[in-house]
Design a protein around this ligand. Structure first.
Ligand code: CTP
Length: 440
């Protein structure tokens, strides 16, 4: 009952939404939408395998066209097994590459409703942009007449080069949709803007282009069916210069557990994740962010339609007032002063951004747990505050278990004994969804 005990009415959102699995394209009713997935040779190529699975979960038929370089990162056999379709390899021009003399680039271009290239390396972007036709993917792309979605991935120094920018602009001008890249860990071990967007984000873009219903595949039978849930997780990193940041030790485990458990209960889940090393839970739409300002932007997109927003992220309260464009150099032995500016409070901001949603905050405390939690409940106009004692090493940030006390707007606090974060996530969701009754 989203918002029930709080006097809000979300009745319309309680109705289970129509089945989301997309199985047809507008101009060909009754047949599955078809995506030709071009995979080029960067480390993100291995995510092509996940992408195939995610697309197929939406009822989309997928054929893969890995470049020769991509085949070093992901095997054609893997793609063939996952897609259940033939893979267009580089042998297409060889004497026995075609089928009965068929021109495979023509066949592939005519088969697909949409061409998705993920990852697109700098080289592939340039070839697509220039209209080169020197391998199967580029030749088919030149032949193809439908919508194109491209997910670039490269080192951020390459992504920022004017020659790459010019190619991207040319492709966008021709109606190609760019998804990402996003900020995050790069193959080089550095961080930067160059990481391929998550497969879920790419699938959303593909579905939008094909006018297929969006949203994670929800189980209509689950107790949270019909709920739109937004969860934030992990820390935020506030950049000092290109290589240093202010951050905290949040692992993101609690937020990921909440997202996973909400999806298992049938909710439509969007997970806004700070920089963490966690697998995306099945059926969850993930938006990766780095700084608090990016988390705020993601919430501005996702929160207004939500029934429940859970702020499990450890959002940095402050950020450096200035972000240096170049690495700060050591200067003298007198130490240094770093000036900080305050970040907006995202949970408090939800009161105007998502006034209809039930809003839940976490309070990480080392002392005066109850007073602090009750203070945050009021100050941030939240419906619930889940308080935990992060001074204890057996629970809290990096631990797999957690023990919490939950404070609501009325009634006694609800105590949850130490248990795994997944179990606890399930109990917490029962509490929020049940309007105050729960088996702790
Ligand atoms: N929070 C937020 N935006 C911020 C800081 C915190 O949305 N800029 C949210 C967190 O996601 C969490 C809740 O507020 O759900 C409480 O976070 P916590 O760090 O415990 O509280 P603060 O308000 O930062 O207070 P303090 O650090 O002084 O205890």
């Amino acid at each position: 009952m989203p918002g029930g005990m709080h006097g809000r009415s979300n009745a319309a959102r309680l109705l289970p939404r129509a089945a989301r699995a997309a199985t047809s394209v507008p101009d060909a009713p009754g047949r599955a939408a078809r995506v030709l997935l071009g995979i080029s040779g960067g480390i993100a190529a291995y995510k092509g395998a996940y992408l195939v699975r995610r697309l197929r979960e939406r009822g989309i038929a997928v054929r893969c066209a890995p470049t020769l370089a991509a085949e070093s990162f992901v095997s054609p056999l893997t793609l063939e097994v996952l897609s259940g379709e033939r893979v267009y390899g580089q042998s297409y021009l060889s004497r026995d590459g075609g089928v009965d003399g068929a021109e495979l680039h023509v066949e592939a271009a005519q088969w697909a409703d949409l061409l998705c290239v993920a990852p697109a390396t700098a080289n592939t972007l340039a070839r697509l942009s220039l209209g080169l036709a020197d391998d199967f993917l580029s030749t088919t792309a030149l032949m193809f007449e439908g919508p194109v979605v491209v997910a670039p991935a490269m080192h951020d120094a390459m992504w920022r080069k004017p020659q790459v920018e010019a190619r991207v602009e040319a492709l966008c001008a021709r109606g190609v949709e760019m998804v990402g890249p996003v900020e995050g860990a790069l193959a080089s071990g550095e961080r930067g803007l160059g990481r391929m967007a998550e497969p879920e984000t790419i699938v959303e873009a593909v579905c939008r282009k094909l006018a297929l219903p969006e949203g994670a595949a929800a189980s209509p039978a689950g107790p949270l069916a019909g709920w739109r849930v937004v969860v934030t997780a992990g820390p935020t990193y506030e950049a000092i210069d290109p290589i240093r940041f202010l951050g905290n030790r949040s692992s993101g485990r609690m937020g990921f557990a909440l997202a996973r458990q909400a999806a298992l209960r049938g909710a439509d889940v969007t997970l806004v994740a700070g920089p963490v090393n966690q697998e995306t839970p099945e059926g969850v739409r993930r938006i990766d962010v780095v700084a608090a300002s990016e988390m705020q932007a993601a919430l501005e997109q996702a929160a207004p339609a939500a029934d429940l927003v859970v702020m499990a992220a450890a959002v940095a309260d402050y950020r450096p007032r200035e972000r240096a464009d170049r690495k700060l150099k050591k200067s003298g032995a007198d130490g240094m002063v770093l000036e900080l500016a305050q970040n907006p409070d995202l949970l408090a901001g939800l009161a105007s951004l998502a006034p209809e949603a039930m809003r839940v905050g976490f309070a990480a405390e080392t002392h005066d747990l109850e007073d602090s939690a009750r203070g945050k409940l009021e100050a941030k106009q939240a419906d619930w505050i889940v308080a935990n004692d992060v001074s204890r090493p057996d629970i809290g940030f990096e631990a797999t278990d957690n023990e919490v006390v939950v404070f609501g707007r009325g009634g006694a606090p609800v105590r949850f004994p130490k248990q795994s974060k997944d179990e606890l996530a399930g109990r917490l969701l029962e509490l929020f969804a049940g309007g105050g009754t729960v088996s702790s």
